[in-house]
Design a protein around this ligand. Structure first.
Ligand code: GAL
Length: 807
C-alpha cells in the first residue's frame, strides 16, 4: 500500500470541500432564518389571527420590514415630526409554513424586535403579547403545531397606532430578523449560556461557563455536557472534562471552568474572538450543540479612568439611534456595518445604544470590529416623555424587559457597561431612588461583571434621587459641560462619564457667516425659535446649537480639560429620523449627527478625526463659491503638523497654528473666485495639501460605489454616492439636480437620500434630488448572482455608470 494511501482515504472521508464547509454540521439544533414568504396587510383585520383566514390579496414580502419608511411624509401623521412625520398605525403579518416530523422536538419562533405591541398567534392560538418594540422574544410553537406536512399559520398583529409614543422615529412592523429554532426535548435553553473570565493574566485566563439545560421530556434525563474553547480559526484550544448531569427540573444550570493559556485579548484595536462550543450528549448521541462568542478582556473603571486590559482608554464614543436612514428601521447587517466603518474612520471607539436594546447583529458587529458598547434599556420609567410611550407598560413589563436584555446580551465582549435609563424623570423625586435600586439589582443579579449607569441630567447631588440611590457604578451626565470641574467635589470618589455631549446642529455643506458667532436655537426652554434659516438649514461651521447643547469644539474641549471624565458619547454619530430640532415642519430628521442621514460626513467629522486618530488629517472648509467681495471664513482642522498655510490663487494668506485649546485655524478671506489651497507642515516638511476651487456650472455626475463585489443573498448592499461636478471635476456645492437611477441585472434600489433634513421626497424611489451637490442610492442584491449595472442620469449632465458583481 502506498504510504500516502491512508491520508488519501482520510481526505475522501472528510470530503474534498474547503475547510470551512468541512466543519461538522450542528447536531440537534436547527436555526433557520424565517424572514421569507410573509404576507402583509397595512390595516386591522380581526379575523387575520385565524389559520383559515384568506390572505391571498395581501402583499408578499421578506422581513425585516418597516412599513413607516414606505409611507408619505405628512405633518399630520400622528407620530408628529418628532417621530419622523411618517405613517404608523396597525399592520398584520402572516406566514404559512409546513414542517417535517417534529416528534420529540421543540419548535420556537424568535423575534429580534417588533415595533410595537405585537400579538402572535400560531394556528389561531395566542402565543403572547409584547409591548416593548425593541426587545427580543421567543415563543414555543410545539404544542400548537399541525402534523408533519400540514400547513401551519403564524399571524402577527403589530399595533403602533397609539401615538405619539417616541421622541424619535421608531419605524413600524417586524423590523428585525425572525428565526425558527428546532431543538431536541433536552437542549441548551434560550440565551442559555453565560461565559465570563473571572481571572485574566498574560499567561492564563479562567473561563467560567454556566450552561442552562432545559429538559421538557417530563422524565429525568442523564446527559453529559462538553465545553470546548475554539480560537478565531475554529481550532480547539482548551476544554473542560465532560460533566455528567441529571436533569430533573425543567432548567438546570451547570457550571464549568476552562483554563486558557496565553490568551489573545479582545481590544478595540485587536478584537480577538474565541468561541465556546457546548455539546450535550445523551449516551453517545449528540442532542444539542450551541456556540457562544467570547472575548477575553478586562474592562474596569478606576481612579485612573477607564481601563481596557489594564490600559487607560478614553472613551471616544457616539450615540446612535436604531434607524438606518433611507432604509428606516428595517435592520440590515451591511447598512449597520457601513455606519460602524464610517465611525471607525473618525476614530470612534464606542457606541451608546441610545436609548433601547439594539439588533443583536449590531452587537456582533461591535464584537467583531472592536467597538465598546453601552447597552441601554429605557428612555423612560414610570414617568412619561410622550403620552403613549413605554411609561404605560413599564409597571408590568420593566422587570421582564430588563432581564431579557441582559440575558440576551451579556456574552458580548463589546458591552462594557449597562445603562438602566436615559434622562429619567424620576431623577427629581424619591421614586428615582427606589427604581434605580430595583433596576440595578435586576442587572447585577444576572451580570455582576459589568458596571451599571444611567444617563443623568441633574448634577446637584441633593436634587438627584437616582444618584442618591448609591447603586450606580458610574455617574453619567448629559451636557452641562461647564459644570464638569465641579463634579469631583459634588460627588466625591465617584467615576464620571459624559453620556451626551454637543448636540450641535449642522446641515452638510451649508455655512452661515460669520463662523465665530454661535447661533443658540432656541435660546432657552421658554422661548420659541423665531430666528433660524428660511430653508431649514444649520451651519456646518459648528456654530449652531440648542441652549442645552454645545458646539462640538466646546464639548470636546471640555472633555480634554476635564480628565476625570472617562470619556464621551457625542450626540450624535449619524443623523437620525425624527427629532428635527430646532426646526418645525418640514424638518423631519435630526441635525445633530456628525454624519448626515445619507452617511456623508459633515465638517465636524474631521474635527473628531483630527483629535481622535493619529492618522494625518487636513480638512479645509467651506466650499469656494461665494459672492465677490464677501468676507468668507476659511477653516482647517488638522493634526500631525505644526502649522497650516493657506493660499488663494497662489498667494499666501498666512500661516496659522493652533495655540493650546484651539481645535481649528481660521483665515478671514475677502472672496475672489479661484483656488484655495491649504498646506500642513511639520518641521518645515509638507504633510498634506488640500485644494478647493470655485465650481462652474454643473456638467457631469460622478458615481462611486462603496463596494463593487457583493453577496447574492438578497440582503447585501452597495452604497452609491453621487457627486455633481463641473466640467473640471469640482463638486458643485449647491447642485440640486434630480438624479435618476436605472438598475439592470439582479439588484434594485433599496432607498435614496441626500441628507437634507427638510426634504419630503420619499426614500423608496429610484430618483433623488442632489442636495448641496450630493445624493445617495442604496443598491440591494437579489438571490441571483450576476452583474448589476446602475446608470445615474440627470437632465443636462453627463451620466455615470457603475457596475457591481453579485455572487
Ligand atoms: C437629550 C436626550 C436625547 C436627545 C438629545 C438632543 O436630552 O437624551 O435623546 O433628545 O437630548 O439634544
Amino acid at each position: 500500500m502506498p504510504r500516502f494511501l491512508p491520508f488519501l482515504l482520510l481526505l475522501l472521508l472528510l470530503g474534498t470541500r474547503p475547510a470551512a464547509d468541512a466543519k461538522p454540521r450542528p447536531a440537534g439544533r436547527v436555526v433557520a432564518e424565517f424572514n421569507k414568504g410573509w404576507k402583509f396587510l397595512l390595516g386591522d383585520e380581526a379575523q387575520a389571527k385565524e389559520a383559515a383566514f384568506n390572505d391571498a390579496s395581501w402583499r408578499q414580502l421578506t422581513l425585516p420590514h418597516d412599513w413607516s419608511i414606505e409611507g408619505k411624509f405628512d405633518e399630520k401623521n400622528p407620530a408628529k415630526p418628532e417621530g419622523g412625520g411618517l405613517p404608523t398605525g396597525i399592520g398584520w403579518y402572516r406566514k404559512t409554513f409546513t414542517l417535517p416530523a417534529t416528534k420529540d422536538k421543540r419548535v420556537y419562533i424568535e423575534f429580534d424586535g417588533v415595533y410595537q405591541h405585537s400579538d402572535v398567534w400560531v394556528n389561531g392560538h395566542l402565543l403572547g403579547h409584547r409591548p416593548n418594540g425593541y426587545i427580543s422574544f421567543r415563543y414555543d410553537l410545539t404544542p400548537h403545531l399541525r402534523p408533519a406536512g400540514q400547513p401551519n399559520v403564524l399571524a402577527v398583529r403589530v399595533d403602533n397606532s397609539a401615538q405619539p409614543n417616541s421622541r424619535w422615529y421608531s419605524g413600524s412592523g417586524i423590523y428585525r430578523n425572525v428565526r425558527l429554532v428546532t431543538t431536541n426535548a433536552v437542549a441548551v435553553d434560550h440565551w442559555g449560556t453565560f461565559v465570563t473570565t473571572p481571572q485574566i493574566s498574560a499567561a492564563a485566563a479562567t473561563v467560567a461557563v454556566q450552561t442552562q439545560l432545559r429538559n421538557t421530556t417530563g422524565t429525568t434525563q442523564q446527559v453529559t455536557l462538553e465545553t470546548v474553547l475554539l480560537d478565531a480559526q475554529g481550532k480547539e484550544v482548551t476544554r473542560d472534562l465532560p460533566t455528567t448531569v441529571q436533569l430533573h427540573d425543567s432548567v438546570t444550570t451547570v457550571p464549568q471552568k476552562l483554563h486558557l493559556s496565553n490568551p489573545h485579548l479582545w481590544s478595540v484595536t485587536q478584537p480577538y474572538l474565541y468561541r465556546v462550543k457546548t455539546t450535550v450528549r445523551r449516551g453517545k448521541k449528540v442532542v444539542d450543540t450551541y456556540e457562544t462568542p467570547l472575548g477575553v478582556r478586562t474592562a474596569v473603571f478606576g481612579p485612573q479612568g477607564f481601563l481596557l486590559n489594564g490600559q487607560v482608554l478614553r472613551i471616544q464614543g457616539v450615540n446612535q439611534h436604531h434607524d438606518l436612514g433611507a432604509l428606516g428601521a428595517a435592520f440590515n447587517v451591511r447598512a449597520a456595518e457601513r455606519q460602524l466603518e464610517i465611525l471607525r474612520a473618525m476614530g470612534c471607539n464606542a457606541i451608546r445604544m441610545s436609548h433601547n436594546p439594539p439588533a443583536p447583529e449590531l452587537l456582533d458587529l461591535c464584537d467583531r470590529m472592536g467597538f465598546l458598547v453601552m447597552d441601554e434599556a429605557f428612555d423612560m420609567w414610570q414617568k412619561k416623555k410622550n403620552g403613549k410611550d413605554y411609561h404605560l407598560d413599564f409597571p408590568q413589563w420593566h422587570r421582564r424587559d430588563l432581564e431579557d436584555l441582559v440575558l440576551r446580551d451579556r456574552n458580548h465582549p463589546s458591552i462594557f457597561i449597562w445603562s438602566i435609563g436615559n434622562e429619567i424623570r424620576e431623577q427629581f423625586d424619591s421614586t428615582g431612588t427606589r427604581l434605580a435600586k430595583e433596576l440595578t439589582g435586576i442587572v447585577k443579579r444576572l451580570d455582576s461583571t459589568r458596571p451599571v449607569t444611567s444617563a443623568l441630567t441633574e448634577q446637584e447631588p441633593d436634587k438627584n434621587f437616582i444618584s442618591q440611590a448609591g447603586v450606580l457604578d458610574v455617574l453619567s451626565f448629559n451636557y452641562k459641560h461647564a459644570e464638569y470641574p465641579k463634579l469631583p467635589q459634588r460627588f466625591p470618589g465617584q467615576i464620571f462619564l459624559a453620556t451626551e455631549t454637543a448636540a450641535a446642529f449642522e446641515t452638510r455643506g451649508h455655512y452661515d457667516l460669520p463662523s465665530d458667532s454661535v447661533r443658540v436655537w432656541p435660546l432657552d426652554g421658554k422661548t420659541k425659535l423665531t430666528t433660524g434659516n428660511p430653508d431649514f438649514t444649520a451651519s456646518s461651521y459648528d456654530n449652531a446649537r440648542p441652549y442645552w447643547g454645545a458646539t462640538h469644539e466646546a464639548a470636546w474641549g471640555a472633555l480634554k480639560q476635564n480628565p476625570h471624565l472617562t470619556g464621551t458619547f457625542v450626540w450624535s454619530g449619524f443623523d437620525y429620523l425624527g427629532e428635527p430640532l430646532p426646526y418645525p415642519w418640514p424638518a423631519r430628521s435630526s441635525y445633530f449627527g456628525v454624519i448626515d442621514l445619507a452617511g456623508f460626513p459633515k465638517d465636524a467629522y474631521y474635527l473628531y478625526q483630527s483629535e481622535w486618530t493619529t492618522q494625518p488629517v487636513l480638512h479645509l472648509l467651506p466650499h469656494w463659491n461665494w459672492r465677490p467681495g464677501q468676507t468668507v471664513d476659511v477653516w482647517a482642522y488638522y493634526n500631525q503638523a505644526d502649522e497650516v498655510e493657506l493660499f488663494l490663487n497662489g498667494k499666501s494668506l498666512g500661516t496659522k497654528e493652533k495655540v493650546p485649546n484651539d481645535l481649528h485655524v481660521l483665515w478671514r478671506v475677502p472672496y475672489a473666485p479661484g483656488t484655495l489651497q491649504a498646506v500642513s507642515r511639520k518641521a518645515g516638511q509638507t504633510v498634506l495639501t488640500r485644494t478647493i476651487s470655485t465650481a462652474g456650472p454643473a456638467a457631469k455626475i460622478e458615481l462611486t460605489a462603496d463596494r463593487t463585489k457583493l453577496q447574492a443573498d438578497g440582503k447585501d448592499l452597495s452604497f452609491l454616492t453621487v457627486r455633481v461636478l463641473d466640467a473640471a471635476g469640482n463638486l458643485v456645492p449647491d447642485a440640486a439636480n434630480l438624479v435618476k437611477f436605472a438598475v439592470s441585472g439582479p439588484g434594485s434600489v433599496a432607498g435614496v437620500d441626500n441628507g437634507y433634513q427638510a426634504s419630503l421626497e420619499p426614500f423608496k424611489a429610484d430618483s433623488r434630488k442632489a442636495y448641496n451637490g450630493m445624493c445617495l442610492a442604496i443598491i440591494q442584491t437579489t438571490e441571483k448572482g450576476g452583474t448589476i449595472t446602475i446608470q445615474a442620469t440627470a437632465e443636462g449632465l453627463a451620466p455615470a455608470t457603475v457596475t457591481l458583481t453579485s455572487r
